[in-house]
Design a protein around this ligand. Structure first.
Ligand code: ADP
Ligand code: MG
Length: 737
């Protein structure tokens, strides 16, 4: 079933070539106890390694179950070692960080045997070698003989067809040696055992066949196979592969044996994570602080669609660049101050656009809008009956008081005005009626009512009081009860004292006084009069020639998030037009432009700081690479043993990669924990300095991402050393002391 035909093997070191085996031809029976004798350096270990598939022959062939191994792939060799071969080494080569049971299980673990089955079989073989009670011990707690018995149990565990033992008693005293050989003989009675030994006395006693080697050649064979009818025994080759869980358990065990080093590494690796986590929490917190500021102070500003918009094209072409600054000339030139007007284009609100907006407000997302108003240009005059002159005097002219509606005028100061109260909750949410009642119009009868707006100090503009007919030089306090109930006339059209007929005017009465709510930042109305939208609708219907089209629209979203939705909706209106089309309709969200800048600055600073902190991540990655490299050197024996047990190259790399990922994970966790602790004093300091509480906040998402980055970096850093480990020649690895 095992046959070597003309096997040659030589090792070349530098220019020197050592022939280890030369023309070895041997045939083994399915079941015999073969000992290989010979002086040191004659090629015994090499022979076993080649039979066991651990080393590759140069010439000749190894026939396994009648099949040539000349074209065996790595995977097939791995399967062969795992399933068919059990190695017992002179120095038992147990894996130090695994306990006895785990050592015995390792071969089965590699071939994917279930854990309960593994345990059952391992206990069974430990029973056979008489070590059942020692199964939870670590290798360094065992005597030499016990260690060798564990090694035998490990070789037997996967029930191989062939046991290869390389001087198994070499390091044992004679009494223990006899025990071990008895054990091997007893256990392997139905297997092929090939055992290398120096001791010819023992060989004579136990072996059924003795092969003598000298200088890499077979010089004697006491019981060669001659034309023997072979039992056709096939080796069963099952695929080996280490499961991720096994890799984790093995890594965890190894980490446990050098806990101090691992913790130090994890801590060093965590420094970069701490830095980045802190920067991110701060920048996060600042952004949130800005957003809150925006929400608290600026959310009252509506989306305004006014009758002019910036001409970005023109602004780009501003021509100051062509001019010489601080010229040396003796003359002045013209600066047309009205030129700035050129930078505005008409923003004409079409019926289509009004429908488009209405559709949003009424149907698509009514719950997201707290108020809306449509402003029309109107020719109106407010008249007061003057008792002294017994005539009507014009106190208010919409045309004259209207301020130019530049998009930038939201913050501008305006004097007393006649303003439209927006429809929706926004009014009631932000204004209190402090006297009288809300306007009730009787439009059929031509009667309308208005409210008077006072500021938070109950002040009314002097000009407004004068219009109301008060003598502001005489009076300092104006009782609400005196103001409410005052009556005026609203003349639609341009009022001319001599020609206009006051009889056609509408009656206006002040029905109540309103004031902004405490804590509200939403300025809906100018100091002056407020009227309701149905008045405008009525006037537009009755006096179409005096009331213009809608010239501006103010939309008040419920909150900041909703504002963005609305903006997206308004943006998509322009999709139907070319980018430079005059039909495009622009809106202004002044609040946003104000804070976008602030958070832009915060973000830029954060990016720069994160880049700096990342340097320490690079440093810790290099450190992990070095530590992995050292670990590979330290565990070279283990690599050899795992390979002898049938571990694939991949599995070896996996052991190291898993370990690095665990270290990376630990770094991430440690980093996040430390960052979380450091945030507390940092917040206290910021609170002292800037009077902002709890600014730094680490978002859970960022924490998870940072841990993931830490894991990935550790994995990547260790990839090359781990690959080196997987490429280690098992023969060299096992010979390493
Ligand atoms: P034995 O086990 O009989 O003592 P080995 O099989 O270990 O002998 O070695 C046979 C010969 O091959 C020795 O001369 C040894 O120096 C050489 N040899 C074995 N392995 C290597 C190797 N990896 N590189 C170079 N020479 C080696
Ligand atoms: Mg040897």
């Amino acid at each position: 079933m095992l046959k070597l035909i003309g096997i040659d093997k030589s090792y070349t070191t530098g220019t020197f070539t050592q022939k280890a085996l030369s023309g070895v031809t041997l045939d083994f029976r399915r079941n015999e106890f073969v000992t290989v004798l010979g002086p040191s350096g004659c090629g015994k270990t090499t022979l076993l390694n080649i039979i066991g598939g651990l080393d590759q022959y140069d010439h000749g062939d190894l026939i396994i179950s009648g099949k040539s191994t000349k074209s065996f792939t790595d995977v097939e060799w791995d399967m062969y070692r795992n399933n068919s071969i059990g190695f017992v080494f002179q120095s038992h080569n147990l894996i130090q960080h695994l306990n006895v049971l785990q050592n015995v299980e390792m071969g089965m673990t590699l071939s994917g045997v279930s854990s309960s089955e593994r345990k059952r079989r391992a206990q069974e073989v430990l029973e056979q070698v008489g070590l059942r009670n020692h199964m939870h011990k670590r290798p360094n707690q065992l005597s030499g003989g016990e260690s060798q018995r564990v090694a035998i149990a490990r070789a037997l565990a996967n029930d191989p067809d062939v046991i290869l033992a390389d001087e198994p008693t070499g390091s044992l005293d004679s009494v223990t040696s006899v025990q071990i050989l008895d054990l091997i003989k007893r256990i392997a009675k139905d297997k092929l055992v090939i055992m290398v030994t120096h001791n010819s006395e023992l060989a004579e006693k136990y072996a059924t066949r003795i092969i003598r080697l000298k200088d890499g050649e077979v010089i004697d064979d006491t019981n060669p196979v001659i034309e023997e009818k072979e039992l056709k025994a096939e080796f069963s080759l099952k695929k080996t592969s280490m499961s991720f869980l096994t890799a984790i358990i093995s890594s965890l065990n190894n980490i446990r044996t050098k806990l101090g080093r691992t913790l130090l590494t994890a801590f060093a690796g965590s420094i970069g994570i701490i830095g980045i986590a802190l920067i991110m929490s701060l920048s996060n917190g600042m952004d949130q602080e800005i957003a809150n500021f925006e929400r608290d102070t600026l959310s009252g500003y509506p989306i305004a669609i006014t009758n002019s918009k910036f001409d970005f094209q023109k602004i780009m072409e501003m021509d100051e660049e062509d001019m010489v600054s601080f010229p040396d000339t003796e003359f002045a030139t013209i600066f047309d101050e009205n030129r700035l007007q050129q930078y505005f284009l008409p923003n004409i609100i079409t019926d289509n656009y009004v429908d488009y907006v209405n559709d949003y407000v009424d149907n698509i997302a009514p719950e997201t809008i707290s108020g809306i108003k449509y402003v029309r240009k109107m020719n109106l005059s407010l008249l007061r009956y003057d008792l002294e002159t017994s005539a009507y005097v014009e106190i208010y002219d919409e045309e004259k008081t209207a301020v130019p509606q530049n998009p930038g005028n939201v913050f501008g100061f305006v004097s007393s005005r006649f303003t439209l109260i927006p429809d929706g909750d926004v009014f009631g949410d932000n204004y209190d009626l402090i006297h009288g009642y809300y306007p009730v119009n009787d439009l059929e009868e031509g009667k309308i009512q208005v409210v008077l707006v006072v500021d938070e100090y109950n002040r009314i503009y002097k000009s407004t009081l004068e219009r109301l007919g008060y003598d502001v030089d005489q009076q300092t306090e104006y009782p609400f009860s005196d103001i409410v109930g005052r009556e005026f006339k609203l003349f639609v059209g341009v009022y001319d004292e001599s020609t206009s007929d006051v009889a056609t005017a509408l009656d206006v009465e002040i029905s109540g006084i309103i004031r902004i709510k405490q804590g509200s930042n939403v300025n809906l109305l100018y100091n002056g009069f407020g009227y309701t939208a149905d008045v405008v609708d009525y006037l537009a219907e009755q006096y179409p020639s005096e009331v213009g089209d809608i010239s501006s629209i103010y939309i008040y979203p419920v909150s900041f998030e909703e504002k963005d939705e609305l903006k997206t909706y308004l943006d998509s209106y322009n999709d139907q037009f070319e980018t430079d089309s005059l039909e495009r309709i622009d809106y202004v969200d002044q609040a946003a432009t104000f804070t976008a800048m602030a958070s832009g600055i915060v973000d830029t600073i954060s990016i720069v700081l994160v880049a700096f902190a990342s340097i320490s991540l690079v440093v810790s990655s290099i450190m992990i690479a070095i530590i992995t490299y050292i670990s590979v050197l330290e565990r070279i024996k283990e690599i050899g043993v795992l390979r002898a047990l049938g571990a694939r190259k991949k599995d070896i790399a996996r052991v190291f990669n898993t370990e690095n990922m665990l270290i990376g994970f630990a770094s991430g966790i440690v980093g996040i924990l430390f960052a979380g602790l450091l945030i507390i004093p940092i917040n206290l300091i910021i609170e002292r300095l800037a009077e902002m509480g709890n600014v730094a906040k680490l978002s859970p998402l960022h924490a998870i991402v940072l841990i993931a980055i830490s894991v990935v970096l550790a994995l990547v850093a260790g990839l090359i050393p781990a690959r080196m480990a997987s490429k280690k020649d098992p023969v060299v690895a096992l010979r390493t002391e």
